[in-house]
Design a protein around this ligand. Structure first.
Ligand code: DGY
Length: 330
C-alpha cells in the first residue's frame, strides 16, 4: 500500500518525526530557516498532510497550491495565527495545534522574563563581563521588588492562569483582564480579581500578556496603554509580538514611562540585532523560546504528529482548531 505523502516544514524532535516517518512518505525541510514561500508552494503540491510551523503562512494561496487531496494541516504550536482557519474550514480540511503541553513551560519563561527585567539581570551580567565590578555599591543596579507586587495578567487562559500561580508563590496580588470571566471558584483558587484593562494597566507593577493575536488584540498595548502604566512597571510579552506596538514601547522604555520590558515575541520577528529595542538596557529580548524545554518540545512534536497522522487516515484530530469541519461533515 502506498504511504500518504506529507510535508514537514522543519526538523522537529524525533518523538514526532519518527512516527511520521514510519507511517508516511516524508518530505522534510531540513534548513534552519523556514522554506521560502516559493519553495513551500512548490513542495506542498500534491501532499496529503502538512506539518507546519508558526513561520509558515497557511492561506488560500497555499491551500490551492497543495490541491484538493490535502487532508490535514497540523501546526507545531499552540498558537495558530499563521493559519487562515476559515480558508481551511471552507475546504473541509481539519487543522490541529498543540494545546496544554506547553502551558507551564511558557509560564515559567514569562516569569523568568519578569524577574530578569525587574532585577536587571542581563545588565548585571554585562556589568561583570565588561569588568566594571570594582566594589559593592549601595546605588548599584537597583531594580524593583517582585514579592508583594501587583501582577496584572491580560488573557486568563491556560498560560495566564499558570502565570497567576507563579505570582501567588511570590506573594503577589493578582489582577486579570479577559473578555471571558473565570468562574468564581477559579478566581478564588487563583486569588485573582477581574478588572477592566484600564484599571489593570494603572494598578499593576507587572503586566504580563497572554492573549491570542486577533484584530482586537493587534497593538492592544499602544502608546496610550503604556502611558497608563506606572513608571515603575514592567511589561512582559510571551503571547505574540504584534500585541505590542514596538515604536510606542521604544518611546516608553527610553523616556521612562515604564521601568522595563521582557519580550519573548516581537514585531517584527526576528528582531534585527540593530533594532532600537535590542539596544535599550531596560529591554530584555529573547528569541521566542517560551516553550523551548526538551521535554515540552518532545510533547509538542508527538502531539503534532498525532494530529497529522489522524488527519491523513481520515480520523478526527485529537486537538482540532476548527472542530466545525466535523459538524459540517455530519
Ligand atoms: C506556540 O506554541 O504558539 C508558541 O508560540 C511556540 O511554542
Amino acid at each position: 500500500m502506498t504511504k500518504p505523502r506529507v510535508l514537514v516544514t522543519r526538523v522537529i524532535p524525533d518523538a514526532g518525526l519518527d512516527p511520521v516517518r514510519e507511517a508516511c512518505d516524508v518530505d522534510l525541510w531540513t534548513d534552519e530557516l523556514p522554506p521560502p514561500r516559493e519553495e513551500l508552494l512548490r513542495r506542498v503540491a500534491g501532499v496529503d498532510g502538512l506539518l507546519s510551523l508558526l513561520t509558515d503562512r497557511v492561506d488560500d494561496e497555499l491551500l490551492d497550491a497543495a490541491g484538493p487531496q490535502l487532508r490535514v494541516v497540523s501546526n507545531f504550536a499552540v498558537g495558530f495565527d499563521n493559519i487562515d482557519v476559515p480558508a481551511l474550514t471552507r475546504r473541509g480540511i481539519p487543522g490541529g495545534n498543540t494545546p496544554g503541553v506547553l502551558t507551564e513551560t511558557t509560564a515559567d519563561l514569562a516569569f523568568t522574563l519578569l524577574m530578569a527585567a525587574a532585577r536587571r539581570i542581563p545588565e548585571s551580567v554585562d556589568y561583570v563581563r565588561d569588568g566594571h565590578w570594582k566594589t559593592w555599591g549601595p546605588m548599584l543596579l537597583m531594580g524593583v521588588d517582585i514579592h508583594g507586587a501587583t501582577l496584572g495578567i491580560v488573557g486568563f487562559g491556560r498560560i495566564g492562569r499558570e502565570m497567576a500561580r507563579r505570582g501567588r508563590g511570590f506573594g503577589m496580588r493578582i489582577l486579570y483582564h479577559d473578555v471571558h470571566p473565570a468562574t468564581p471558584e477559579d478566581e478564588a483558587e487563583l486569588g485573582a480579581t477581574r478588572v477592566e484593562l484600564d484599571e489593570l494597566l494603572r494598578a499593576s507593577d507587572f503586566v504580563s500578556l497572554h492573549v491570542n493575536l486577533t484584530d482586537e488584540t493587534h497593538h492592544l498595548i499602544d502608546a496610550d496603554a503604556l502611558r497608563a502604566m506606572k513608571p515603575t512597571a514592567v511589561l512582559v510579552n510571551t503571547s505574540r509580538g504584534p500585541v505590542v506596538d514596538p515604536a510606542a514601547l521604544e518611546v516608553a522604555l527610553r523616556d521612562g514611562e515604564i521601568f522595563a520590558a521582557g519580550l519573548d515575541v516581537t514585531e517584527p520577528e526576528p528582531l534585527p540585532a540593530d533594532h532600537p529595542l535590542v539596544g535599550l538596557p531596560n529591554c530584555v529580548v529573547v528569541p521566542h523560546i517560551a516553550s523551548a524545554s526538551r521535554v515540552t518540545r518532545d510533547k509538542m512534536a508527538r502531539m503534532a504528529a498525532d494530529n497529522l497522522l489522524a488527519g491523513v487516515r481520515g480520523e478526527r484530530l485529537p486537538t482540532p482548531i476548527n472542530p466545525e469541519v466535523y459538524d459540517e461533515r455530519a
